[in-house]
Design a protein around this ligand. Structure first.
Ligand code: ADP
Length: 439
């Protein structure tokens, strides 16, 4: 039977037949008038029930999503089916919405900026990173033309004919200190995907690397030029007498020693940068270490300065060789930047669990604007003085790295013409439990 035929059969069986049976019984018992009256009443009742159900269904469909169907409507088989179907659709919609939400969250977590454009460059969708990179925010910018928002010169031209090999470079409209590269990828037939990448850190590293290479080349070039100049004279017969030869040989030896010191410092720095922590640690006897620093300082000063040492409190846990190198650099700087007759104090103090190593000098001092930069590689306040005294410009960079590996911090107080104090503070847990003696 067809769907239409089934409907007619059902209607006849459930509504028409019972009414006709009742009408037939009324005819037999009370006559035709009663039969007609009963049949009319029956059909009116059926029409009323159906009409009531339809109006309740209409009211339910107008009600907000998720409201329960009225009991009598739900009681009908058709309406129960309808309710089930609607619930299934609702569940399906919730699943799709949840998937869409997690997709959006995933796209927002991507560090690259993503923007989907249509053929006329109208923004259809973008993720969070695109907000930081290109200043695009949804829903505010949905439908906006991207060139109207990103106004960097050359961007519009790049968007129209992108170069697959070379990305477009722009500074963020939001924060001009950051640099981004932009690529355009075709998306389907007509759309485009704009991908932006934050390359600020990579560029900074690259610029630091090339500055470093330039600095090293410059540092090596000066002594090499001096040595090669002298060698030319050596090659010419009869130009130099014995005394001049000896003097030139001494100068060449000085320059070679300078290059060796520079290479040694570079190797130390690269080793320190390559590893996060010292290979080994031990309990360092500070009284012993300070005595060694004093002896080395006196040898470097050659009697031109007054050196004093004071040691109080337990020793420290760390790598003795590295700490010796860091503290030695501070002492050597104090001597090199303090004119003859000045004084230098080397001190180890532990007070209230705060362990401090300090070197104080009465030297030339450092102007405040240089203080934040003196631990940078090759940064010098007075280039001439540094060179004169055999400095490589790497001493404080080495100190900084060693202290980092010991979780210690460096504080510098200085006044031009008055002197400087370099203070190293260790965390309390690096202190040895027992008092190691005083000097
Ligand atoms: P350098 O080999 O040139 O001494 P450093 O890294 O040890 O390199 O120091 C960086 C710069 O900091 C020095 O060139 C110098 O200008 C300044 N400096 C370091 N220590 C002192 C100090 N005790 N007194 C004055 N200036 C100092």
């Amino acid at each position: 039977m067809t769907r239409g035929g089934r409907w007619v059969a059902k209607f006849l069986l459930t509504s028409v037949l019972p009414i006709l049976c009742l009408a037939a019984l009324a005819w037999l018992s009370h006559g035709p008038a009663w039969a007609w009256a009963l049949a009319t009443l029956g059909f009116c009742l059926v029409a009323m029930v159906r009409s009531r159900q339809l109006s309740m269904l209409d009211a339910w469909l107008d009600a907000p999503d998720g409201s329960e169907p009225p009991a009598s409507v739900a009681g009908g088989k058709v309406f129960r089916k309808l309710t089930r179907k609607l619930r299934q659709d609702l569940r399906g919609r919730e699943v799709v919405e949840a998937r869409l939400r997690s997709f959006r969250e995933a796209m927002d977590a991507v560090p690259d900026g993503l923007v989907i454009l249509d053929s006329s460059h109208q923004i259809h969708w973008s993720n969070r990173a695109a907000g930081a990179h290109l200043g695009i925010r949804l829903p505010r910018d949905t439908g906006a033309i991207i060139e109207h928002l990103v106004r960097t010169p050359g961007f519009a031209e790049y968007l129209s004919s992108p170069d697959a090999d070379t990305p477009f470079v722009l500074q963020s409209p939001a924060a001009r200190t950051r640099v981004y590269t932009v690529r355009v990828v075709p998306l389907g037939e007509r759309n485009k995907l704009v991908v932006s990448l934050d390359v600020t850190d990579a560029r900074r590293v690259e610029s630091m690397r090339s500055t470093f290479v330039a600095n090293v080349s410059h540092e090596l070039r000066t002594p090499l030029t001096v040595v090669s100049g002298f060698l030319e004279h050596f090659a010419e017969d009869g130009v130099l007498d014995t005394e001049q030869r000896q003097q030139f040989a001494r100068l060449m030896s000085d320059q070679t020693a300078r290059m060796l010191t520079l290479v040694d410092d570079l190797l130390t720095l690269s080793r320190l940068e390559a590893e996060d922590a010292p290979a080994s640690e031990e309990d360092v006897d500070m009284a012993d270490l300070l005595a060694q620093l004093l002896a080395e300082g006196q040898s470097l000063s050659e009697g031109r300065h007054r050196l004093a040492v004071s040691c109080e409190g337990p020793g420290v846990r760390g790598n003795r060789k590295e700490l010796h190198s860091a503290f030695g650099n501070l002492v050597s700087n104090a001597i090199r930047y303090t004119p003859a007759g000045g004084s230098i104090g080397i001190e180890w103090r532990v007070r209230d669990d705060v362990a401090t190593f300090s070197v104080r000098d009465s030297g030339v001092g450092i102007a405040a604007e240089h203080l934040p930069r003196v631990t940078e590689r090759f940064y010098r306040v007075d280039r001439g003085r540094s060179r004169e005294t055999g400095g490589t410009g790497l001493g404080l960079a080495i100190v900084k790295h060693i202290l980092l590996r010991h979780q210690a911090s460096l504080a510098i107080e200085s006044e031009v013409g008055e002197g400087s104090t370099f203070r190293v503070v260790f965390p309390a847990w690096r202190l040895q439990p027992a008092v190691s003696g005083a000097a």
